[in-house]
Every structure is written in structure tokens, then in C-alpha cells.
Design a protein around this ligand. Structure first.
Ligand code: ADP
Ligand code: ZN
Length: 731
């Protein structure tokens, strides 16, 4: 098809991307064919290109309706960096700015216009649109965050309702609705409200393979949070807490541990909140500790880590908040710190008025609890929760359950029977109320709590039958029985557990019941991004280059070019125009605008550190496959080779990578296996390198290389310095 070639070329020239992501091409083609569409793709999967490409193909004006002014501004800035004629009209602009945009709109100079739904409600604006593009008017509409139109959605905005009249007012312009979260109900509602005509419905996988999910028992909140954040030293992290007080105490504790962090919640005044958002976007602040108030409007695409310090009220909310991680598609981590008291803590926040509403709140919470305590893949659970079959790999390689595995509990059936029988006995004694997992655990372990005394539960046959077993383990088993539907929830604001009919049958028939424990592993947690061989020094240099350039232009750094591009630059290290254009994300305009200074920086760094340049793009697996290959094949192979102390040159030949790249991997390997260094360097060489480093004060490699008359390779020097650093850090 002719348009296929054209849109491929546009993708390459303008954005520097080599191929489309799933459904992007279909969406673009539907738009060009004048067909309505509903596009449902998860955050970070590339919805924007779906409406940004068509105007570049046929020159027609696309009007994008978007709910948030800050997001609009970011998108427009980002489009300008690739030379795209786009603009926005919103209430944040003054009359002069607005009239400039209006003039460009009429002349046809603008191809893409972002507006707020409020603007779209104005008749004068609609009249203007009809005259736009020298009277040709609007070619098509794109409605971003389209779920905002539905009361069933999680973010209903009444002002979106006015968009129902678009169809009548602009009968010939096709409408594309785009959203990340849509249940079937919301989807139908969007189609109905907007009056879409036989829309092409494009629904992507809800899975986000670049996110690694992890649930960790909470024991020392502050140090656990600090430990996770330290894994991402120059990157952004968001920590979500349940209460304002918690955000402040966590932020203070982080500060105390030397991690700059800012608290953010609805009690902070608007101006200050705006400042924090801005500092975060401009990379002046990397860690924000927030309540859910820190949400919409945060478009920083390179958030590498989202931590929750407590369970939250629903899987929807969890998906929403973890959705802020890895919007640029790069590997990112979501950690939930979970404790046995979390469910009760959230139940206390329920409003107990309407029984129906209460029931919904309880059901939502119990799904979220099931996510936290599942012994199955967390990606699978999330995708299935949203009504899709899981099509990814199993094990997924990107959740703690799959990475670490579980073990079947020996005697699980017997243990489960004891638990179920105890609950049955409780049901008998207390027909119209019951107890939660905490109390039941206390009974089984032979606890001496007030409640046990009050109800005389020491007399239960099951009392202390699991004495000596860790309480968290039992609580986890109880939840597994609940997830197997052998127990059911009942009760009012405080829920409690009852034996279900199924549980009763299974108990009577002595059927087998499987219980699982997480496997206890200490360091199975490495992932590709911790082991990717990227030169940290060059990354830092490029990052500050980007920040300075972005600050000059008054835009956030990730808008100038994203972290994916940054990493490709650091690994491919282009120093010629041709190599530069091969970097994904380096379209022609960006290359022309700041390619020269960028290449100068890279060349200087590479020469000072003996790094190769102009490296062809590594065939990094695509997103979908990456879920399985979280640890890249070469990294796995290399690790095995390092374990056997194979020389760098031989390793390089074996995996087909440059010697310098293998050296980078080895340096990282040594951080966790410091003793392996003696297979690669003898004592006296080690000392010579350290002496040279001390004399030359610093970690720059070239002076050391020269001081040793070029007899010791850069790889060995780098390795020794890394080794010294890691042993110093350890002592
Ligand atoms: P969404 O709106 O779905 O959350 P975006 O449109 O913001 O996602 O895209 C997320 C990131 O993916 C952006 O950094 C974008 O540049 C990048 N991206 C989009 N399409 C492609 C593609 N075909 N190849 C490489 N990167 C892409
Ligand atoms: Zn998994």
C-alpha cells in the first residue's frame, strides 16, 4: 500500500523510529481512510503517534482534545523538537499567544491543534474551526483520555460530555477516541456518547511488560524504601503513601538517609504543589513522596520506580498509579510494601452509608489484596483482572513470583484442613459475625490476645495447632484459601471470613488442597537494566547535557528527547551524522538541531575512556519478547562465562560483542562477585592501577592508561576501578 511506505518514512524521518508498535499502523490507516476508531492501549504504548502521523501524510488538520494543560504543553514542545507544526489553545495562554495560534490555524500552517474540552464547548471556537485551513476546516478529531466522558470510568469529567455534540456539528470529520483504561462497559459508553459510526475498535494488550512488579513484606518501611530508591540513583521515583502524615515522615526519613525527597499532598497549597511538579518535571527533584493527589499532570516519562508503602483500595487505582512508571517503555519497577494490617487500615477509610457502595469497595479491596498475596504471576493477574487473557510468557520474568518461584508446602492439605476446620468451628459459634485473617492466625499459632480471651478461643480444637509457624506465612495461606474460593468474605465495614460452600465440600471430601510458599532466594533479582553494560559516566554526562539544553529552552528534559534515546546514545556512541541518525529517537530535526554538540560530548568521553564509537544498534529484543528475556541472552551467557573465568577477549568472541562492551559487563559482574577479579588481574597489576588512579586523582581512564605506558588494557583498568569502588562501598 502506498500509504504504508509513506507512513514508515515519516516515522523514520521525523521521530527516528524504525518500526511501528502494535496497532499504531492500524490506527493511522483508519484515520487516513476516514474511519472512526476507538483505540485502547496501555500507558506508554504510543497512542500519540496514532493521531500525530495522519496530518503529516495528507496535510489535513487534526484537533486533539486533551484534559490537561500541562500534558498538552509537553506534547506540543516535544513535537516542536522534531519539527512538527503543532500548537495548543487553552486558558493558560494570553490573548497575543492565542491570536497567533488562531492565525496559523486559519492559514493552514498548523497541522495539529491541542485544545481543552472547555474550549471545544465554545461556539465561537467551533466557528473558527470551520474556517480553519483556508476554509477546509477540520480533517479529523482525536479525543485523548476518552474514558473521561464516561461516568463508569475512574476519571469522569463532566466537561467531556460536551464532546457528544461534535458528531452533529462536524458530520464529515472522523473521530478517534483514545484511552488506556477501559472496561467493556466504558468502551461501549465512549462509543455511544461520541456517536462513533462503525468504529474500528483497536484494543491492545493491557499488559505492560516493561514493568516489573514486586510485593515485599513490610517490616522497616523507611529503610526498605531507601534501599529500593538507591537502585535508581539518578532516576525518578514516586513513593505513594496512604496519608499525608506518612508522606511527610517518609520524605523526612529519606532526606535523613541522604536521598533528596519532597512530600506532596492535598494539604500543601496550590502554588507550592505546582512548584514541586515543575521541579520534578525539570529533574531538579527526583523523588516525590505523595498521596494520590500527585497524579494527573505528571507526565515525566522516565519514572523508573513507583513504590507503594501500603496496600491500596483497588486494582484500578494500582494500575493507574503504577501507570506512571516507565511511560517511555523502558524497564521500570513497581514495588508494593504489604503488611497484614493493611486491609483493616483501608477498611477504616470506607464510607459505610450505602450498603451497595460498601460492597463494591470491599470487593475492590479484596481483589487488590489478592494481587498482593497471589502465588501466581502478577502480570497475568492484572491482565485477567481487566478481562483479557494473558498472552505473555510464563514465567513472565518480570514479577517476583515468576522470578523467584514458589514451593508447594509439604503437608499443605493437612494444614489447609486445620485452617478450614477452625474457621468452620468459628462460624458455628458465631453465626452472625466473624473474624479476619489476623485473628484466625492468632488462634492457630496459640496467641494470647485480648480478643482470644474475650471470646474464649483458647478452647477451640484448632488453638495452637500451627504453633511455631511464622504468622505471615499462615496469613498468606489463609488468603490462598480465599483465592481458591474455599473461604468467602462477609460482614459490614469490617469484613470477616467464613467457610464457603465449596470449602465445606472440599473439607468433607478430604480433597487435596495446594498451599504455596514463596521460595526464599537472596539474589535472584538482577534484571537486564541493572546489567546492561551501559557506561554510567557517559549516561550522566549525556543526562546533564540534555538537562542544560532543556533548561535553556524552558522545557522538561524528557521532552527534548526521552530516556530510551539517551540510553541508545550511550550504547551506540555515534560520532558521525550517519551513526547519529541510526539512533532510535534521533529524527532529522533533532539531529540537525543538537547533533553536533552531542557528538562532541560523546567523542570526548569515548576517547578519554577508550570506548568504541559508532556501534551498530544492538538487536535488542522488542517489547513483547522482552518480558521473557528480561535478562538479555548475552548477559546470561556472559555471566556463565565470567563464572568460569573466561578471558574478556574470548567472551567477546563468544557472544559477538565489542571487547569494551564485555568489559562493561564484567565490571558490573564484579560488583556482585568481587573475588572473581583475581582470575582477570594479578596482584601487582592491580596495585599499579590503583597507584596510578590515586596519583591521577580520579576515575578517568585515559591518564591511568598512559601512566602504565599503554600496557594494561582499558577493560582491565575499568574493572579494577569498579572493584575498588565496590569493595570500598562494602567496607
Ligand atoms: P501513551 O500516550 O500511549 O501513554 P506515548 O504516545 O506517550 O504513549 O508514547 C510513549 C513513548 O513511546 C514515547 O516516548 C514515544 O516516543 C515512544 N514511541 C511511540 N511509538 C514508538 C515507536 N513506534 N517506536 C519507538 N518508540 C515509540
Ligand atoms: Zn510473572
Amino acid at each position: 500500500m502506498a500509504t504504508c511506505i509513506a507512513i514508515d518514512e515519516i516515522l523514520k524521518q521525523t521521530w527516528g523510529y524504525g518500526s511501528f508498535r502494535p496497532l499504531q499502523q492500524e490506527a493511522v490507516e483508519a484515520a487516513l481512510a476516514g474511519q472512526d476508531a476507538l483505540v485502547v492501549m496501555p500507558t506508554g504504548s504510543g497512542k500519540s503517534l496514532c493521531f500525530q502521523i495522519p496530518p503529516l501524510v495528507d496535510g489535513g488538520l487534526t484537533v486533539v482534545i486533551s484534559p490537561l494543560i500541562s500534558l498538552m504543553a509537553d506534547q506540543v514542545h516535544s513535537l516542536h523538537t522534531v519539527g512538527y507544526p503543532a500548537g495548543a489553545l487553552n486558558s493558560a495562554m494570553d490573548a497575543i499567544e492565542s491570536s497567533e495560534i488562531e492565525a496559523k490555524l486559519l492559514s493552514g500552517e498548523l497541522k495539529l491543534l491541542y485544545v481543552s474540552p472547555e474550549r471545544m464547548a465554545m461556539n465561537s471556537f467551533r466557528a473558527l474551526l470551520r474556517q480553519a485551513h483556508q476554509g477546509k476546516g477540520v480533517a479529523r478529531f482525536a479525543i485523548d483520555e476518552a474514558h473521561c466522558i464516561s461516568e463508569w470510568g475512574h476519571d469522569f469529567r463532566p466537561e467531556y460530555r460536551i464532546l457528544s455534540t461534535l458528531r452533529d456539528d462536524f458530520p464529515t470529520a472522523p473521530i478517534h477516541a483514545l484511552t488506556a483504561t477501559a472496561t467493556v462497559q466504558v468502551r461501549e459508553d465512549i462509543i455511544r456518547q461520541l456517536g462513533l459510526r462503525e468504529p474500528q475498535v483497536l484494543v491492545g494488550s493491557f499488559d505492560r511488560p516493561n514493568l516489573t512488579f514486586r510485593v515485599v513484606p513490610r517490616d522497616r518501611t523507611y529503610s526498605q524504601v531507601a534501599e529500593i530508591i538507591r537502585k535508581y540513583p539518578d532516576d525518578a521515583a514516586i513513593v505513594y503513601c496512604l496519608s499525608r502524615k506518612d508522606t511527610e515522615s517518609v520524605a523526612a526519613a529519606l532526606d535523613h538517609q541522604g536521598i533528596k525527597a519532597v512530600a506532596y499532598h492535598a494539604g500543601i497549597d496550590t502554588a507550592e504543589r505546582g512548584r514541586i511538579s515543575k521541579d520534578f518535571a525539570q529533574e531538579r527533584v527526583n523523588v516525590v513522596v505523595a498521596t494520590i493527589a500527585f497524579g494527573m499532570g505528571i507526565d515525566r516519562s522516565n519514572v523508573r520506580c513507583v513504590i507503594h508503602t501500603c496496600l491500596l483500595k483497588s486494582v484500578e487505582a494500582y494500575q493507574q498509579e503504577t501507570g506512571r512508571a516507565g511511560r517511555d517503555g523502558l524497564d521500570s519497577e513497581c514495588v508494593l510494601l504489604y503488611g497484614g494490617g493493611d486491609v483493616a487500615r483501608i477498611e477504616r477509610l470506607f464510607d459505610g452509608g450505602d450498603p451497595h457502595h460498601l460492597e463494591i469497595q470491599r470487593r475492590n479491596l479484596s481483589h487488590m489484596r489478592a494481587f498482593a498475596t497471589t502465588v501466581d504471576c502478577r502480570h497475568k493477574l492484572l491482565v485477567e483482572y481487566f478481562g483479557q487473557g494473558y498472552e505473555g510468557d510464563h514465567p513472565c520474568g518480570a514479577c517476583d513470583v515468576c522470578l523467584e518461584g514458589t514451593e508447594v508446602v509439604e503437608d499443605g492439605t493437612k494444614i489447609a484442613q486445620k485452617i478450614l476446620a477452625t474457621i468452620r468451628e468459628l462460624n458455628r459459634r458465631h453465626a452472625d459475625f466473624g473474624f479476619g485473617a489476623n485473628h484466625i492466625t492468632a488462634i492457630l499459632t496459640g496467641g494470647h490476645t485480648k480478643a482470644i480471651e474475650k471470646h474464649g478461643h483458647q478452647d477451640l480444637p484448632g488453638y495452637a495447632c500451627l504453633a511455631g509457624t511464622v504468622r505471615e506465612r499462615i496469613a498468606a495461606w489463609i488468603h490462598q484459601l480465599e483465592d481458591q474460593k474455599l473461604l468467602r468474605q462477609s460482614g459490614g465495614i469490617r469484613s470477616y471470613l467464613k467457610l464457603s460452600e465449596l470449602g465445606n465440600t472440599v473439607l468433607n471430601s478430604r480433597e487435596e488442597i495446594v498451599l504455596r510458599d514463596p521460595r526464599a532466594v537472596s539474589d535472584l533479582q538482577t534484571k537486564s537494566d541493572d546489567f546492561s553494560g551501559i557506561d554510567g559516566g557517559l549516561m550522566a554526562k549525556l543526562r546533564s547535557f540534555r538537562r542544560d539544553l532543556a533548561n535553556e529552552r524552558g522545557i522538561p528534559p524528557y521532552v527534548l528527547f526521552d530516556d530510551s534515546t539517551l540510553r541508545h546514545l550511550a550504547t551506540m556512541r555515534p560520532v558521525t551524522q550517519e551513526a547519529l541518525l541510526a539512533v532510535p529517537g534521533m529524527g532529522e530535526k533533532r539531529a540537525a538541531d543538537f547533533g553536533e554538540p552531542l557528538m562532541d560530548q560523546i567523542a570526548a568521553y569515548a576517547s578519554a575512556n577508550g570506548l568504541d564509537t559508532n556501534i551498530a544498534r544492538s538487536s535488542r529484543p522488542r517489547r513483547r519478547e522482552r518480558a521473557a528475556a528480561r535478562i538479555t541472552p548475552s548477559a546470561i551467557t556472559l555471566k556463565a562465562l565470567f563464572d568460569r573465568h573466561i578471558s574478556i577477549a574470548e567472551c567477546a568472541a563468544e557472544v559477538g560483542l565489542a571487547v569494551s562492551t564485555v568489559g562493561g559487563y564484567l565490571a558490573e559482574y564484579l560488583e556482585s562477585h568481587p573475588d572473581a577479579i583475581w582470575a582477570y588481574v594479578d596482584n601487582s597489576t592491580y596495585d599499579q592501577i590503583i597507584n596510578a588512579a590515586n596519583e591521577n586523582a580520579g576515575d578517568r581512564l585515559k591518564p591511568i592508561f598512559e601512566a602504565l605506558s599503554g600496557e594494561v588494557s582499558y577493560e582491565i583498568i575499568r574493572m579494577v576501578l569498579a572493584h575498588r569502588k565496590s569493595t570500598e562501598a562494602g567496607s
